[in-house]
Design a binder for this molecule. Structure first.
Ligand code: FAD
Length: 443
């Protein structure tokens, strides 16, 4: 059995490993158009910020290590076409320029997302970058050799992480965001404002509700970002305005896309085309709170989908029951986390939802270095079902969002959170943790 995987990062390589473990006799080949496989893209901003020494540190497995385990890896090989009837792929060897036809018995599309480049960012000006893969970071490092002023376009979590990283490198940083606030897709507006306040307090010049009109340049080098509110001078521009699932191969194979624009799959990661699987950022998943399909391109989901696809491709039977919309990021001294639905999202879905807010400290107030911690807990009116939580506070304190995430998987009610036996000692929390206090008030 020949199992072919397109894309060699989180979903693709997890699938390859699982398939190999499940069926050691299967022949497994991974085609990756880039120069690296199996790396943590999530760490890229921290290489720029120098919390991680080099991009090499992000690599979990090299092609040689995978080959030693019997998994074929073809780097710099781009799959350019799929013929699902014939069960073949067209593959371009980017070094030789040759195109070959490759057969498969089962195919996994793990092609991820591409960074959105608005029309104004389609430019060959030096110094304009997206942050998606290792080569982007290498290119940014070259730009940084002569840069003093940065403009980050986009106030999502990648934009925020990049703003912090560039600030850490001594650049003055302006963040331009079209929406009224930063972190727009993750948090309710007042929680967004807390994040923005932290960015501003740390010296980031945040300009929200401001669209970008174009870029300015001189002698091939970017010199600024023209916004609706005037020119922002910059030697380096980071474009972080969102991502789009890479679905060209799925469409070529005849696979159905979902309402989200990502590839539609069942719980076994099978597409609508027999023998063709899809996993990772290019793929939809089921939101277990709303029971709707969502496109949430995040690392754990990608790894999980890859794991399930790998087992099933190799003849096993595994399921990916879905996500609950958990996310977390750091903005300087602040952590922000969410799971389930925000009040804004619940309202947009027409749910009868209500929320409570608790502002306290991350650990016992009498213990040294207690920091503010804000929690919003959201539940469904009538049923008492837990719908979601948002936390903003000292970096590590917001990881307690996981307690709510775990309960959301079992469609728990608010009393189940209140009754939970959470860990307590003064350096970690109050005896009644903020989550318990919030649950008590929401019941
Ligand atoms: P990808 O990692 O995008 O890999 C897809 C691969 O497919 C690529 O290497 C691509 O070259 C290859 N490919 C595509 N088309 C073809 C083709 N036709 N032929 C051959 N190869 C092809 N997630 C979190 O949960 N937490 C975080 O903190 C976080 N931080 C992030 C920070 C940054 C800067 C970035 C960029 C992402 C971050 N993510 C984070 C998201 C996380 O990295 C992704 O969810 C994860 O990498 C998805 O893995 P994937 O395998 O689905 O796709």
């Amino acid at each position: 059995m020949r199992l072919v995987i397109v894309g060699g990062v989180a979903a693709g390589m997890t699938a390859a490993s699982r398939a190999q473990r499940h069926n050691p006799d299967a022949r497994i080949v991974v085609f990756e158009r880039g120069d690296w496989i199996s790396y943590g893209a999530c760490g890229l901003p921290y290489v720029i910020g120098r919390q991680v020494d080099t991009t090499d540190d992000l690599v979990a497995r090299t092609p040689a290590q995978m080959r030693a385990r019997g998994i074929g890896v073809r780097l710099r090989h781009e799959v350019t076409g799929v013929d699902a009837q014939a069960a073949t792929l067209t593959v371009l060897d980017r070094d030789s320029g040759r195109t070959v036809t490759e057969p498969y018995d089962r195919l996994l599309l793990a092609t991820g997302v591409e960074a959105v480049r608005p029309a104004w960012a389609h430019t060959d000006l030096r110094g304009v970058h997206v942050v998606r893969q290792i080569s982007d970071v290498q290119a940014i490092e070259i730009t940084l050799q002569h840069a003093r002023r940065a403009c980050v376009v986009g106030g999502g979590y990648i934009g925020i992480e990049m703003a912090e990283a560039l600030h850490a490198r001594g650049l003055s940083v302006v963040m331009v965001e079209q929406a009224p606030e930063v972190a727009g897709r993750m948090l309710d507006p007042d929680y967004q404002r807390r994040v923005r306040a932290e960015l501003e307090q740390q010296g980031i010049d945040v300009r929200c509700a401001m669209g970008v009109v174009g870029l300015t340049g001189k002698a091939g080098q970017v010199t600024g970002v023209q916004t609706e509110g005037g020119l922002v001078r910059a030697d380096v521009v980071i474009v972080a305005v969102g991502v789009r699932p890479q679905t060209a191969l799925a469409r070529a194979a005849g696979a159905r896309l979902g309402r989200t624009g990502a590839v539609a799959v069942n719980l076994r990661q099978e597409t609508s085309v027999p023998g063709v699987f899809s996993a990772g950022d290019n793929t939809e998943s089921l939101h277990r709170v709303t029971r709707r399909k969502v496109h949430l391109p995040l690392a754990l989901g990608a790894n999980r989908m890859g794991r399930v696809a790998g087992v099933n491709m190799a003849g096993g039977d595994a399921r990916f029951p879905g996500v609950v919309g958990t996310g977390i990021f750091k903005a300087f001294g602040l952590g922000a986390a969410r799971t389930g639905l925000t009040q804004t999202e619940a309202d947009a879905l027409g749910l009868r939802a209500h929320s409570v807010d608790v502002s306290s400290t991350d650990h016992a107030g009498y213990y040294q270095d207690a920091h503010p911690l804000h929690v919003r807990l959201t539940g469904e009116i009538g049923t008492g079902r837990l719908l979601g939580a948002q936390l903003v506070g000292a970096v590590h304190s917001v990881k307690r969002v996981d307690v709510v995430a775990a309960l959301l998987h079992s469609r728990a009610r608010v009393p189940a959170l209140f009754e939970s036996d959470l860990a307590y000692a003064p350096p970690f929390s109050g005896v009644w943790d903020v989550l318990l206090v919030a649950a008590d008030r929401l019941m």
